[in-house]
Every structure is written in C-alpha cells, then in structure tokens.
Design a protein around this ligand. Structure first.
Ligand code: IMP
Ligand code: MG
Length: 189
C-alpha cells in the first residue's frame, strides 16, 4: 500500500475544528490520480449498454461526483441510502435501506459505488437486494477496501486503494457526520 505519512493537526487545517488527525493516508493528488485511472478502467469495461452508476449515500457523494466526470461514455446516476453505523466507529451490524432508487434497474449495467468496504455487511445486504431486480450486470466500485471482510460474498471489480485498518475520515467519509468535507483521507486520532 502506498500512503504518504504526513502528520497534520488542528493548527494546520482549520476544517478540523480542533480535532487532530493522526496522519493523511491519501492526499488530494493521489486521490485525483487514482480516480482518473478508475474512470478510464470503467469506461473501457462498459463498451455498450445502459450504465447506471448507483452511489451509496452519504459516504460516496464526493467520490462519485469526481468519478462520473472521469467516465467518458453515456451514463445515468442514482443513489441508495443505507445505514449501518451509528455514531460510533464500529459497525452496528444491521444494515437498513432508507432510500431506494426510483430508476428501473432491470436490464441495465449497474455499478454500485461505495466509499469503503470494512466488514462487508453493507455490500452483502445491498447486492442481494439489487440482484433481485435483475440488472444485466452488477459490479462494485469501492474507493477504499480494508481487505478484512471475511464474509464478503462479492468481489469488488474496481477498487481505488487498499486501506489501512484504521478509522478513516474525509473525501466523503465521516465520523459522527463530521469530516466529510476534507479534501484528503486521514486516519482519526
Ligand atoms: P461495512 O458494512 O462494515 O463494510 O461498512 C461499510 C460502511 O461503513 C461504509 O460505507 C462507511 O460508511 C462505513 N465505514 C466503514 N469503515 C469506515 C471508516 O474507516 N471510516 C468511516 N466510515 C467507515
Ligand atoms: Mg458513515
């Protein structure tokens, strides 16, 4: 895993409102480079058909908005909302779907975009739900993959980075709804 270790603290970034982060795991430049590559990979992987990019909110909102601008073929965008974490840093284990896309999934190529794969519970549950709607294909694009999900029943075809087994925030990822707006990905103190 290539990650630049740069200590940052509340003094160096006013966005952190006094909370120090341990280190920057992936900086803006590294993210932009990888998202561009992913866009190319995805464009090549879908030479034809109706592509629906389905973002899992809220965590994927920044990644998805950057990613779709690097996919140079026709596509549609919709969102899903699922909750699995409360205010803590450990998965509650229960995954609830609180918003369901209005877009028809049947016969389409669906690319499910997730911020991070941790325990894999969210994806196991969502993939099962989406499969029932008979899309032409169903693949996962995750910005980060902790590679610790033992029970993950699906392979993520597109992965941005292998992530350290730490609690990460920024670029869409939150801790108790904070830090989503950081332009980099950092591990929390
Ligand atoms: P899983 O179901 O355990 O794979 O967790 C997936 C969801 O938990 C992700 O979509 C995130 O919203 C959240 N999550 C997991 N790990 C982290 C983390 O390190 N930082 C912030 N959110 C996380
Ligand atoms: Mg979250």
């Amino acid at each position: 895993m290539s990650s630049t270790v740069k200590p940052v603290g509340s003094k160096s970034d006013p966005r952190l409102s006094g909370r120090a982060v341990k280190r920057i795991a992936f900086d803006e430049a590294a993210i932009a480079k990888r998202v561009t590559e992913l866009g190319r990979e995805i464009t090549t992987a879908y030479p034809d058909g109706d592509l629906l990019v389905l973002g899992l909110l809220k965590g994927s909102f920044i990644f998805l908005s950057d990613l779709v601008r690097q996919i140079t073929r026709p596509l549609q965008v919709d969102f899903l909302v699922a909750t699995s974490y409360g205010d803590g840093t450990v998965s509650s284990g229960t995954v609830n779907l609180v918003y369901d896309p209005e877009t028809e999934l049947e016969g389409k190529d669906i690319l499910l975009v997730e911020d991070i794969i941790d325990s894999g519970r969210t994806l196991n549950r969502l993939m099962a739900i989406l499969k029932e709607r008979e899309p032409r294909s169903l693949e996962i694009c995750a910005l980060l993959h902790k590679r610790i999900a033992e029970g993950l029943r699906y392979n993520a075809k597109f992965v941005g980075f292998d992530a350290p087994n730490e609690f990460l925030v920024g670029y869409g990822l939150d801790h108790a709804e904070n830090f989503r707006h950081l332009p980099y990905i950092a591990s929390l103190q």
